[in-house]
Design a protein around this ligand. Structure first.
Ligand SMILES: [Zn+2]
Length: 350
């Protein structure tokens, strides 16, 4: 009978090198990573695990980019989790050789295990300190948001003068008229980076939503705190683990592989005509349990309506389109009172 090694705290690093199952162990034996763990791969890449789901790789000669790839900030958004898991496995087993420092973050492990978006609270509303505001209950998501912030902070601040990149990978609850899209966090004084948009196009993402204000999302945190080139990247619709059509992500996986491994990527120069770029027009918050959309539950993200079209009612309140072609993104009637129920967007160019 073959002997099966049960990972324990003594042999966990060797198990990871042999099998690469960091995500699996993080989800189902998180106690293995209760203590920080550091080891080296045979190609001299340094591996640092600070907590379950948080793993950093540093090749011996580091390139000019520090890259954060986060997934599973919403636990049921499986496609990006599977993409990042495959990268982590390949790196641990020595099949993928990095040229840049990379931090992989698998966000909400307990939510993954019950196939839910979150357990108690939307993790992607808890960054930039929102996890610790007065009278907030320190639930598991608050604790995790803080832990993720510390990991990103230490990762980026370990070096200066380097390009900082953070792609926070999601899938949307709804189908989208534009299958993949990216939310570009508000940059304050910094101009939009067209080179980054050219990279996203190479990933198969041609729809960009320019955020117009500070938020408590993960990508805004990295962008605002560390001047990272950061995006919330939406890769299509939610499916359970193992049920994603991974062929839809070939361009993304290839582009990320080039980025991680420092391989030249010939990007098409930025041209507005290759993109659908939107800016936020209205942020509609839910103020009461009477909040209702006028459109059906299955309407796709980026569906657009005519000027003066009634979008939602909230008791006596009425919300209308202000422009011809104003489109809806992230509609969710079920959010908590006070939270955003929908964004409306209008086409723009940069
Ligand atoms: Zn998400």
């Amino acid at each position: 009978m073959p002997t099966v090694t049960t990972p324990n705290s003594n042999n966990v690093s060797q198990t990871l090198i042999d099998e690469g199952q960091f995500l699996n162990l993080s989800r189902f034996q998180p106690e293995l990573f209760a203590q920080a763990l550091t080891f080296a791969l045979s190609n001299q890449t340094k591996v640092s695990i600070r907590a379950p789901g948080i793993i950093m790789f540093e090749p011996p000669a580091i390139g000019d980019k520090d890259i954060v790839l986060s997934s599973g900030i919403h636990g049921n958004e499986t496609a990006p989790i599977e993409i990042c898991d495959a990268f982590v496995q390949g790196i641990l087993r020595g099949e993928i050789v990095l040229a840049n420092r990379v931090l992989f973050l698998f966000g909400n492990l307990p939510a993954m295990n019950v196939a839910k978006r979150f357990i108690e609270e939307n993790l992607n509303r808890l960054f930039s300190g929102a996890h610790s505001v007065a009278n907030a209950v320190a639930n598991a998501e608050c604790v995790r948001a803080k832990e993720l912030e510390v990991a990103v902070s230490e990762f980026f601040l370990a070096h200066t003068g380097r390009e900082r990149i953070h792609y926070d990978l999601h899938t949307a609850i709804k189908p989208s008229k534009n299958d993949k899209f990216a939310v570009y966090p508000f940059r304050h004084e910094r101009p939009w980076n067209k080179q980054q948009l050219a990279f996203l196009l190479a990933c198969g993402i041609n729809t960009i939503l320019l955020s117009g204000s500070a938020t408590t999302t993960f990508s805004y945190y990295s962008s605002n705190q560390f001047q990272a080139e950061a995006f919330t990247v939406e890769l299509g619709k939610v499916f359970p683990f193992g049920e994603n059509d991974m062929s839809q992500f070939e361009a993304l996986k290839a582009a990320l592989h080039h980025l991680l491994c420092g391989e030249e990527l010939s990007l098409k120069p930025f041209n507005n005509d290759d993109f659908l770029i939107y800016q936020v027009n209205q942020v509609i918050n839910k103020h009461s349990e009477a909040f209702r959309f006028t459109f059906s539950d299955d309407v796709a993200n980026f569906s657009d309506f005519g000027k003066n079209h009634l979008l939602a009612t909230d008791g006596d309140e009425r919300y209308y389109c202000e422009y011809e072609g104003e489109a809806i993104v992230f509609p969710n009637e079920k959010v908590a009172i006070g939270q955003r129920a929908v964004l409306t967007v209008i086409p723009t160019k940069i």
